[in-house]
Structures are given as C-alpha cells and as structure tokens.
Design a protein around this ligand. Sequence first.
Ligand code: AMP
Length: 216
Amino acid sequence: MSSPHVLLLGAPGAGKGTQSKRIADRFGVDHITTGDALRNNKEMDISELGFEYDTPGGFMDAGELVPDEVVNEIVVTALGNADGFVLDGYPRNIEQAEFLDDRTALDAVVRLGVSDDKLIDRLTGRRVCPSCGVNYHVEFDQPEETGICDECGTDLEQREDDTEETVRERLRVFAENTEPVIEYYRDSDAYVEIDGEGSPDEVWEQVEAAIEARNP
Ligand code: AMP
C-alpha cells in the first residue's frame, strides 16, 4: 500500500478535523489543514493584494473565505513536503479544486454529510484547547473539569468564528462555494459519501474502510 492522497470534504463542524487526525495516524500521511495554517498566520500583512481586509484574520472573523492567492500558496508548500496527505478544509471553491487538480492526483475524496441543525449545535458548543488542539463540546464531549483541557490542563477557549452569527455565515459560504466542489468530484471513482452524524468511532470505521478500498 502506498501513501494515500486523501481529500476530506464537509461543512464546518462535519468532523473533518477529528477524522483527519485519525487518517494521518493510521496511514502515516501529513495532515494539511488550511484553517489551522491560516489561524497561525491571522495577522500576516496581505495589504499589497488590495482586498477588503489586510490580514487573513479579517476574512476569518467575518466567516468569509481568505483569497485564493494566500491559501493556494500554503497548499503548494505543504504538498511539496508531503508523500501522502489528508487535505482538510481545502479546496473550498471551484478555482481551488482546479488548482489542486493541476498539481496532484487524489485516491479518495471522502464527503462527510451532517445536517445544518446538527452543525450549528456542534460548532456553537465547541471548545478548543489553544495549547494541544484537542476539541471538546459543552454538552456532548465535556472535559473532566469544566473549561480545562484533560490532556494538558490549559484553559479551553471558544474559537472566535464559532459564535452563532459567524457560524451561520460560514454555512452560507459553504453552501455557495463548496457545494459546487462536491459536484466537481461526485462522478470520480475516488468519491465516497459517508454519514457524518454518528459518533467519531462510527464515522471512523467507514472512513478507514473507504480509504483502504481505494488504496489497496
Ligand atoms: P476551518 O478551520 O477550516 O473552518 O477554517 C476557518 C476559516 O479559515 C474559514 O472560515 C475561512 O475564513 C478560512 N479558510 C480555511 N480554509 C480555507 C480555504 N481553503 N479557502 C479560503 N479560506 C479558508
């Protein structure tokens, strides 16, 4: 089995982050996530590009997509260093999908489907550890001590874009820009749709099997 090239598609809150980590561990591939890369570079000066905001953070806090010029650059660098990979949060529009197509082939394109109501509950209740990156939920996945990370004892935080208003905007942007990306891949042999509403373990069983079947 060679190192698979995996793309994970799904709305914000569909579980891409959780499943990507498992894919990276199980198949020994790089986890390439544009959301994390941009969060680490929120204050980068992109004023010379002449867009509405001067930093990636401006777009992110508004729930909008960061310009392709910025995001594509991150992905090119990450792909150059990777043998196998799981891409999480990219491509988010057709232009990014075409850009990716010109650079690499994909073995598995896994779509995680979750209803909007469930996505809103998951995202607005999500709490993250700023130190080790573990996710919790105020209702469905509480840490042992409220507000404290089980793994490293750091105070948990709510992501700035996980407020209800921004979440609704992110879901609207997803429907407008990223639903067409799903159509772009739907007819390919690599494409598989998985019900993302089960527990992380239930979803993982199907994700793992789908990748194994496409990367024998
Ligand atoms: P995520 O953590 O994947 O939900 O991404 C958080 C935010 O980062 C998004 O709401 C966008 O503002 C930005 N972002 C992440 N990935 C991309 C991408 N592929 N294209 C444009 N913006 C992105």
